[in-house]
Design a protein around this ligand. Structure first.
Ligand SMILES: O=P(O)(O)OC[C@H](O)CO
Length: 452
């Protein structure tokens, strides 16, 4: 289908040819690219602005960004759409969906193949190791496009700290010190001293990485689908039991599954929270008090702690339309051009500084540092500094997690945590149950995907 020229100053035409002395240049309609995302406000709006900027930067492609619910809902919607031969060109997939997408070879086109096929180049040499490793295949080729990679950090309300007689400029570095601060906050009348977003990401996945303990066998699942959970270990039991006890004591409040607690700190509903670095954008917009950020706490009697934290957030996957429906070369090219545009240093740097998500590359980080941004935005570099802790060398336990059915496993762990917070079980039972039930999910996934 052809669209008539809309060149500046030209009369809009209904047919090709010469009107009013001007030669109409026939031009193709832009190729439409559907992009489903799972970011709530204000991040969703920022992402849609990035897309609008891409659309304004060229005329061949038009990316349509649509919010499809949270990450979990977006994942379910994209899989269902593929089955109905109507998948989006690009889907934003949270990091826990990575193994599932890698196994869904009919539904997705790996990034390396997309770039090879379209001749579009994206240089991944300088991408942070913790990000690159998460989204690449064992041989190093990229499976998906890293976009909004986060890590998790502590956020706290400095006004509440002052009210409790705590040093507002020093967030406690260890878990016992956090509990002590929470007791003082409670004594000062703060109803909810601490909570957490993403309970499993924070209290199980990040916790294991920082303390250099495995979350699952086979290098946290990176080297095989025949992996088993190892979360029923003494350190995990110790931490979970502490959370259960602190909950009973009124020092910790469970704020719900996944991102449910994301808005609690900015609404003044707690004094401390542990959340995605990407929560920074929301806190900055909503908080009506002085707030601070700090690295995640740890147990300082654990020999290798604290190591680097791991990434979260999401990457972008290109999808086939359906099992029996292909895409045109122009569509694949449009997808690749858009992803390459996201990796442009200026675009990636703006996304990082606007949102709190990590810079994509080391050089990007250095550039932002040199610009003075971190001096003006104190604490904005804490997520990346925490990622690079330990010299940036990742261990098998600190490079991330790749499990089949991971979203389901997270739900199981959250369900078992909820039972414990309701007083129905202790930490040991919680972790035994979660391990047993999670391993069933892993075996089912392995059986279904054994032959690729
Ligand atoms: O809030 P995000 O985008 O950093 O994502 C947090 C978790 O990693 C999602 O699994």
């Amino acid at each position: 289908m052809l669209r008539r020229t809309l060149a500046k100053g030209a009369v809009a035409l209904t047919t090709a040819g010469v009107i009013g002395g001007r030669q109409a240049v026939a031009q193709q309609d832009p190729v439409e690219i559907q992009f489903w995302h799972g970011l709530t406000q204000p991040l969703g709006g920022m992402l849609e602005q990035v897309v609008a900027d891409f659309n304004a930067s060229q005329q061949r492609y038009r990316v349509n960004a649509t919010y499809r619910g949270g990450y979990g809902e977006t994942m379910v919607a994209a899989i269902a759409a593929f089955r109905a031969n109507n998948a989006p060109h690009i889907v934003q997939m949270f990091e826990v969906g990575t193994a599932t997408m890698m196994a869904a070879s009919r539904a997705t086109k790996p990034l390396w193949e997309l770039l090879q096929q379209t001749g579009v180049n994206i240089n991944f040499d300088d991408v942070l190791a913790g990000i690159r490793g998460y989204y690449s295949l064992p041989d190093g080729r990229m499976a998906s496009m890293p976009f909004n990679s986060s890590t998790s950090v502590s956020f706290y309300n400095k006004d509440m700290f002052r009210k409790a007689g705590l040093d507002a400029e020093k967030f406690p570095t260890t878990w016992p010190a956090v509990a002590e601060a929470a007791r003082k906050l409670k004594a000062a009348g703060i109803a909810n001293p601490m909570t957490t977003s993403w309970p499993t990401w924070l209290m199980v996945e990040q916790f294991s990485a920082i303390h250099d303990i495995p979350l699952a066998t086979k290098g946290n699942g990176f080297s095989g689908l025949d992996t088993e959970l190892t979360i029923n270990n003494p350190l995990m039991v110790r931490h979970m039991q502490n959370l259960i006890d602190w909950h009973k004591e009124g020092l910790f409040r469970y704020g719900g599954r996944d991102s449910a607690a994301d808005g609690m700190l900015s609404a003044g509903e707690c004094a401390m929270t542990f959340a995605s670095s990407g929560t920074r954008a929301r806190i900055k917009k909503e908080a009506r008090f002085e707030w601070g950020t700090a690295m995640l706490p740890y147990y300082d009697d654990v020999p290798k702690a604290p190591l680097n934290s791991i990434i979260g957030g999401a990457s972008l996957w290109s999808m086939n339309k359906g099992a029996s429906t292909g895409r045109s070369d122009a569509e694949w090219k449009g997808i690749a051009e858009f992803l390459a545009w996201l990796a442009k240093p200026d675009v990636a740097a703006k996304w990082h500084t606007d949102t709190g998500y990590l810079p994509l590359t080391r050089s990007g980080y250095e550039r932002v540092k040199a610009s003075g941004f971190y001096k003006e935005n104190v604490g904005a570099d804490i997520p990346i500094e925490q990622m690079l802790r330990g010299g940036g060398t990742l261990t098998e336990n600190s490079r991330g997690v790749r499990l089949g059915g991971f979203a389901e496993i997270r739900n199981i762990i959250q369900e078992e945590m909820e039972k414990a917070f309701q007083g129905q079980q202790d930490a040991k039972t919680l972790l035994e149950n979660a391990t047993r039930r999670g391993n069933v999910v892993l075996r089912n996934f392995e059986r279904a995907n054994r032959n690729g």
